[in-house]
Design a binder for this molecule. Structure first.
Ligand SMILES: COc1cccc([C@H]2O[C@H](CC(=O)N[C@@H](CC(=O)O)C(=O)O)C(=O)N(CC(C)(C)C)c3ccc(Cl)cc32)c1OC
Length: 348
């Protein structure tokens, strides 16, 4: 019989989850008990990895091996790390890592193997980027580099979660043969975040917009912040939105393969938030100066409507039409947009 007692460690883990991301934590809490702890622990381990990577006070010769070997910490009974990440909620995940480890060892072996495998690949991907001089100096170059970067930070998460759901028998094993589908689940979310976070990232001295795209519209990535380049900046946003929309058919195909209600909602909610965010950033010059967010009321509607597959398709259809209506004839992307959105319409 499954031991479902709430140990003090498990309570501590859920406290950490609520601390790290209120809204998404609620979605994880709704998951079927068979999957809830595995996903919660996977989420916290990923946050711990992110916190190490983001902690600028850790010297490279410490950080690189720590990231590459992070998956080996998951085999220890006790381990924690006193970082100096600016954010208290992120620091806690590392200082309280013992609770995560104790609960991790109570997971079904197959779940643990998936989480260890993804943690290893992501940790090594992060370490490679830290050592990649060209990436640190000039940022993301080609669209291929853009997709690869998003693979390491987000595609791998889609990979891991898909395998956890298949082990739990909540998703069709057919998905294993379609890695491009779970890759798109990650890339659609990450590309939406990268487009939306332009102003915040430039402020932090970085951006992940690929040079192959932004160099069509400007000399330097920071150019779009000055008023005279606003129009070019908006065309660049639209080009990146069009690139992200290429993942829509994969996302909808993936969602149609999830067979358990709480897992379906867990997967659907971030995707419908992302399409609503893409519609918000499309043709929106505010993105060049601030972090735009969809309204709370919209979020509630999306969560309710995304409970069924048809509801999700309706949401995507609504926002794709909305974007198409606002296409600007002088936008160089005009023709490509129309062709692509029409293709998605056929799919839907
Ligand atoms: C099949 O794949 C998925 C199915 C369901 C959810 C997610 C994905 O959704 C959240 C949703 C989330 O975390 N939303 C935030 C809002 C925000 O960050 O803007 C929130 O609601 O707080 C998200 O954004 N990321 C982060 C990455 C995109 C880097 C993977 C994420 C990080 C860890 C986990 Cl375990 C899961 C996810 C999936 O991952 C692709």
């Amino acid at each position: 019989v499954k031991d479902t007692t709430e140990t003090p460690d498990l309570k501590q883990c859920y406290k950490l989850l609520k601390l790290t991301s209120r809204s998404f934590a609620a979605v994880i809490m709704e998951l079927n008990p068979e999957l809830r702890n595995a996903v919660m622990l996977f989420y916290l381990i990923l946050r711990a990895l992110d916190t190490v990577e983001d902690d600028m006070s850790i010297a490279h010769d410490i950080k690189v091996p720590l990231l590459r070997d992070f998956h080996k910490k998951l085999s220890l009974d006790d381990w924690s790390f006193d970082g100096n990440s600016p954010d208290e909620k992120d620091r806690a995940v590392l200082t309280e890592f013992n609770s995560i480890l104790h609960e991790f060892h109570r997971l079904n072996r197959e779940y643990r193997e998936v989480i260890i495998k993804i943690t290893k690949e992501m940790g090594n991907g992060m370490a490679d980027y830290i050592l990649d001089e060209e990436f640190n100096l000039n940022g993301v170059q080609t669209i291929k580099d853009y997709d690869m970067y998003c693979h390491y930070v987000a595609g791998l998460v889609g990979d891991g979660l898909t395998h956890l759901m298949i082990i739990a028998r909540f998703a069709s094993p057919e998905l294993i043969k379609r890695p491009e589908l779970f890759e798109s689940m990650g890339l659609f979310l990450q590309k939406t975040n990268i487009i939306r976070d332009y102003a915040e990232d430039i402020e932090a001295g970085r951006s992940f917009w690929p040079k192959e795209v932004w160099s069509i519209y400007g000399e330097k990535l920071t150019d779009f912040q000055s008023a005279k380049n606003t129009k070019q900046g908006v065309f660049c946003i639209n080009h990146l939105v069009l690139n992200a929309l290429e993942h829509v058919t994969d996302v909808l195909t993936y969602l149609s393969s999830i067979q358990e209600q709480s897992s379906f909602q867990f997967c659907a909610i971030p995707q419908v938030m992302a399409i609503a965010t893409l519609a918000l950033v499309f043709n929106n010059e505010n993105v060049l100066h601030t972090n735009v967010k969809i309204r709370k009321g919209t979020t509630c509607d999306l969560i309710l409507k995304s409970r069924t597959y048809k509801g999700c398709v309706d949401i995507f259809e609504y926002y794709l039409r909305d974007i198409r209506k606002r296409l600007n004839v002088e936008d160089p992307n005009y023709l490509k947009f129309n062709i692509h959105v029409a293709k998605i319409d056929q799919f839907i």
